[in-house]
Design a protein around this ligand. Structure first.
Ligand code: MN
Length: 575
């Protein structure tokens, strides 16, 4: 039998290339043709697609699913599920997971590809069990990465575990496009030797090797590969559907798909490309072997650049890139994928900018070191752990075991807010409490496509005034935009700060927004007590008392954007 194809054009492809901005109205005209092509499945839904719908596009993600289902009657619709994180950024309670999967099935999902960023199987078990309960096809996923502790044997063992849990197939998810042809061959052979279920290889062209690796995987016995139509393929996206199908034509791996029909569909997407052309960038459309040197996946790389630019420290970029693998080693070699990619990347930035490793640590990294994301692939660096959280013991249970049922709470809140119009809205609200309210109230406007002029390099009116922030509150991201009126920069009024640093001054270690001020003048604090929280680079950073003492005066307020070195408050040391 030939090779099966999962087409990702409606999910991963536009997520990887144009920040997940493809609209449903651009998917529907080609949906019936996609259905005719004969793919194993169509990947159409996932975390970023859900998020972008309610944050930027003013689209109901559930409605997108229903309308695709109406036109796609024969091909299974597939989603990417972040295990216990579902389509969000934190671990949710089990009752939210059950309801989310029930409604995903109800609205048309038939294939669940389930992964966990740490490959911690405990974070996958319930999702697999619940989806199996609905007779869905469950694809257990192995996040591929390289490190001294990631061996072919370990990956193959995980594949075996996934089959034991009842998975219908297993996927090797190479999100950064790192897998080489030789490794792909070795890994697929090893997995095929351990399981009886079909094996899928998912890769990206980020390093340029993926088409070769697919060929090597085919020779090694892979059953399914992921591709995207050529106009939305290559670069940081998947290998092109048409080319892969053509390459296997007339071989034992022949996909059996009709190249002429694929060509027609490809023409539709090529035309659609024009509409979104302003969103394509050189960084995402070209492969770069650099990814193999530092292993930083494409999406994270562009994140790091923009975050360093925000901190006015782009000249430290190569130092940060060198620091990423060291932080990853300290944290026990997690694969870099949402949310661990963000965690590791930002800590590397902080380590470089603070001039001292782990002097400044995000809340997320502290929780990670407490085991609240799951079990890392290798031991933490215990010296780093001690420096960051002292002797506090790590949890040794599945993280979601510590989360109480929360669906009813969201149901009640949502009803009170008057935002529940269909049962799916409760889940949308539970997953994204901040972002969802505006959307469910009908107050969100569809983001306009930026014009060429807007994308041209800017000469800002106020060069050091940040214009857009992503604020993270309890794991929920929301965007705050500062817009200028008639091209004029906004004057931000700041409290008068002393020109020279007084004794006892506590200064901002980085540029960011003050999320919370936890003390007031006169408060007595102990060494390492939290004084305030600054949100920077999408992570929360606690500013702690350098010594015991009394708070004398505060020079900032909640919501203020501070620069590195700005004075935040003055403390008087107690003896
Ligand atoms: Mn991917």
């Amino acid at each position: 039998m030939g090779i099966l194809i999962t087409d990702t054009t409606l999910r991963d492809a536009h997520q990887s290339l144009i920040a997940t901005r493809m609209r449903t109205r651009d998917m529907l005209p080609i949906a019936a043709e996609l259905d005719k092509a004969g793919f194993f499945s169509l990947e159409v839904w996932g975390g970023a697609t859900f998020d972008a719908c309610i944050r930027f596009l003013n689209e109901d993600p559930w409605e997108r699913l229903r309308s695709l289902r109406q036109k796609i009657k024969n091909t299974p619709l597939q989603m990417l599920l972040r295990g216990q994180n579902l389509v969000g950024y934190r671990h949710y309670a089990d009752d939210v997971l059950r309801e989310f999967i029930r409604l995903s099935v109800k609205n048309g999902i038939e294939v669940f590809r389930v992964f966990d960023a740490l490959n911690d199987i405990r974070n996958l078990e319930l999702a697999i069990k619940v989806a199996k309960g609905y007779k869905a096809h469950v694809q257990g996923t192995i996040c591929y990465t390289t490190s001294p502790v990631h061996t072919t044997e370990k990956f193959a063992g995980m594949a075996r575990d996934l089959e034991s849990l009842g998975c219908d197939s297993v996927c090797v998810k190479d999100m950064a496009g790192l897998i080489s042809p030789v490794v792909a061959s070795e890994l697929i052979k090893a997995i095929k030797g351990r399981v009886t279920i079909p094996v899928n290889l998912h890769s990206h062209c980020s390093s340029g090797m993926a088409p070769l690796s697919y060929h090597a995987a085919a020779l090694a016995g892979v059953d399914i590969v992921d591709t995207a139509f050529s106009a939305f393929g290559w670069g940081t996206s998947q290998p092109p559907t048409e080319s892969i199908v053509a390459a296997f034509k007339g071989t034992p791996y022949d996909t059996g798909l009709d190249l002429e029909l694929l060509y027609e569909i490809g023409e539709y997407f090529a035309a659609l490309c024009g509409k979104y052309r302003v969103l394509f960038t050189a960084e995402t459309t070209r492969p770069s072997v650099n990814v193999l040197l530092h292993q930083v996946p494409g999406g994270m790389l562009s994140n790091l650049v923009s975050q360093l630019r925000e901190q006015n420290a782009l000249d430290r970029f190569s130092e940060v890139l060198a620091e990423v693998p060291r932080v990853r080693a300290d944290l026990g070699y997690p694969p870099l994928v949402t949310p661990t990619s963000q965690l590791v990347g930002i800590q590397a930035v902080l380590n470089v900018l603070a001039g001292e490793r782990y002097k400044q640590v995000t809340q997320e990294v502290k929780e990670y070191l407490l085991g609240k994301y799951g079990r890392p692939p290798a031991e933490f660096n215990m010296e780093v752990r001690k420096q960051v959280i002292g002797d506090e013991p790590a949890i040794d249970v599945r993280p979601a075991d510590l989360i109480k049922p929360e669906l009813e709470k969201f149901q009640n809140e949502g009803r009170k807010l008057g935002i529940i119009h269909q049962e799916e809205d409760v889940v949308t609200y539970a997953l994204y409490p901040q972002v969802a309210v505006k959307f469910l109230r009908g107050e969100l406007k569809e983001e306009a496509m930026p014009s060429q002029a807007e994308l041209a390099p800017k000469t800002p009116a106020a060069p050091d005034l940040p214009m857009e922030f992503s604020v993270d509150v309890d794991g929920e991201m929301f965007n705050v935009k500062v817009s200028s009126v008639m091209g004029k920069a906004i004057e931000v009024e700041k409290p008068a700060k002393p020109k020279e640093l007084p004794p006892g001054a506590v200064v901002a270690p980085m540029q960011g927004m003050v999320l919370a001020v936890k003390v007031k003048p006169g408060d007595v604090v102990r060494e390492r007590d939290t004084l305030m929280t600054i949100e920077a680079m999408k992570m929360q950073n606690q500013i702690v008392a350098p010594h015991a003492g009394v708070v004398k005066e505060i020079f900032t307020f909640q919501g203020e954007v501070v620069n590195a070195g700005d004075i935040l408050l003055v403390m008087e040391a107690s003896d």
